[in-house]
Design a protein around this ligand. Structure first.
Ligand code: GLU
Length: 456
């Protein structure tokens, strides 16, 4: 049977790091096994879904190069791939469960259920639904939800990371599969789709480990084949050790990683290392190298803290691996004020300095922003005038500018730092810049000189 895997993000917020890391592991597995990677949109939460979030999921995954074979936008043999368009199927399957005596209509009101829960709390016992509507349903009511009758006993399955898993379902009360509004809950729609779409391996975040026994009971009750295996990947944790979440950690938004100038190659490399140990000291992995080395038996069990410093380091390494031309092209989106030719000239100096592409702006914005002109003390003004003099005679290219400035430093009798700092300040308005000869050469000669002249 050929491998089929899926991710099933919910469009209830931006696509985040967890989405990317789950997608990466699914894609790696699919590509390695020559299988199919499915994108299914879990949009049964009618109140919180937004089409713009669905668009962001596509945009973020495409940016990372984690492309899918089947999905809402692509179609495929198991279309539709949006759960909101599959509600008839869930209704039909719920009706089948009822007909087979495996689920029942539950007419209890939220208040009645709350009262049951409170009573259990009072008696200090774990809450499970009383089965009132199975044994003795109230009469004369028409609003109902569909509740699955948990068969009891054990659910066993293979987890590709944790090995053989065993859950005691006697601890699980009968649970709702269809709400009274006629829509399914995640716990029902997800396994129905996994089964119907012939998913062979369910690879998802560890937060879903406890859902798996619920979902397997449903797959069994409906008489479907189970997926061959599950893999529950370690959680990504924030710096404080809490689980990274869309709501609490807006910085986990994938689009922000793009906009801050992380390379998709670097982020994928980082995410792979976050949950998995290659067993060697290698840290830089291309996607092809990951394909070759990745395996589930080296995935760790514990959650992993997201380390921005390490990501920045990896990103810098990846930036330095790009050819100058490729780097120039990727920088264009970050400095739209500049033409490609100017960016090309800046690249050799930028390459060794950037941890993130967006920081190019800090080095280059003096090219389109005129800095203010500070007052100079007479000595400094004298040195600036001597710089103007040599530069006026200089051919406007990197090397001639560099040697002209060095000559001027020598004649001044002060240190390079002392000579260059005021020049840098007048030219760029900043304390840190590209090497001074680059800072000059990137500006047109007349503009550069006029920034010095008006101060001196
Ligand atoms: N919509 C769920 C999520 O985004 C999917 C979980 C699953 O993979 O089953 O977490």
């Amino acid at each position: 049977m050929s491998v089929r895997v899926r991710i099933a993000p919910s469009p209830t917020g931006f696509a985040h790091l967890g989405t990317a890391s789950t997608a990466l592991y699914n894609v790696l597995f699919a590509r390695k096994e020559g299988g199919t990677f499915v994108l299914r949109v879990d949009d049964t939460d009618t109140e919180r879904n937004r089409p713009e979030y669905e668009a962001l999921i596509y945009e973020s995954l495409r940016w990372l190069g984690l492309d899918w074979d089947e999905g809402p936008d692509k179609g495929g043999p198991y279309a539709p791939y949006r759960q909101s368009e599959r509600v008839d199927l869930y209704r039909q399957e719920a009706a089948r469960l009822i007909k087979d005596g495996k689920a029942y209509r539950c007419y209890c009101t939220p208040e009645e259920l709350e009262a049951e829960r409170k009573q259990a709390q009072l008696e200090k016992r774990p809450y499970r639904y009383s089965r009132r509507c199975l044994k003795n349903p109230p009469e004369g009511r028409s609003v109902f939800a569909v509740r699955f009758q948990v068969p009891g006993g054990e659910v066993r399955f293979t987890d590709m990371i944790r090995g053989e898993m065993k859950f005691d379902t006697d601890l699980i009360g009968d649970f709702i599969v269809m709400k009274s509004d006629g829509y399914p809950v995640y716990q029902f729609a997800s396994p129905v789709d996994d089964a119907v779409m012939k998913i062979t391996h369910v690879i998802r975040g560890e937060e879903h480990l406890s859902n798996t026994p619920y979902q397997l009971m449903l797959i069994d009750a409906l008489g479907y084949d189970r997926p061959q295996a599950y893999a529950h990947m370690p959680l990504i944790l924030a710096a404080d050790g809490s689980k990274l979440s869309k709501r609490k950690h807006p910085e986990a938004n994938l689009i922000l990683f793009r906009d801050r100038g992380y390379l998709p190659e670097a982020l994928l490399n980082y995410l792979a290392l976050l949950g998995w140990n290659p067993g060697t000291t290698q840290e830089i992995f291309t996607f092809e190298e990951l394909l070759e080395s990745f395996s589930f038996d080296r995935v760790q069990h514990a959650g992993a803290r997201f380390d921005w410093e390490k990501l920045d380091w990896l990103n810098g390494e990846w930036i330095r691996r790009l050819s100058d031309e490729e780097l120039a092209i990727r920088l264009q989106a970050f400095v739209p004020e500049l033409d490609l030719e100017t960016i090309r000239r800046a690249v050799p100096a930028l390459k060794t300095r950037l941890p993130r592409l967006a920081q190019a702006v800090d080095y280059l914005d003096y090219l389109w922003k005129d800095p203010s002109t500070p007052a100079l003390d007479p000595e400094t003004a004298q040195r600036v005038r001597s710089a103007i003099e040599v530069l006026r005679e200089t051919q406007w290219e990197l090397e001639p500018i560099e040697s002209a400035l060095e000559k001027a430093v020598e004649q001044s009798g002060v240190s390079k730092g002392k000579f260059y700092n005021p020049l840098r300040d007048l030219l760029t308005g900043k304390k840190v810049s590209l090497p001074i000869h680059y800072a000059f050469a990137l500006l047109p000669k007349d503009v550069a000189l006029s920034r010095l002249e008006r101060a001196a």
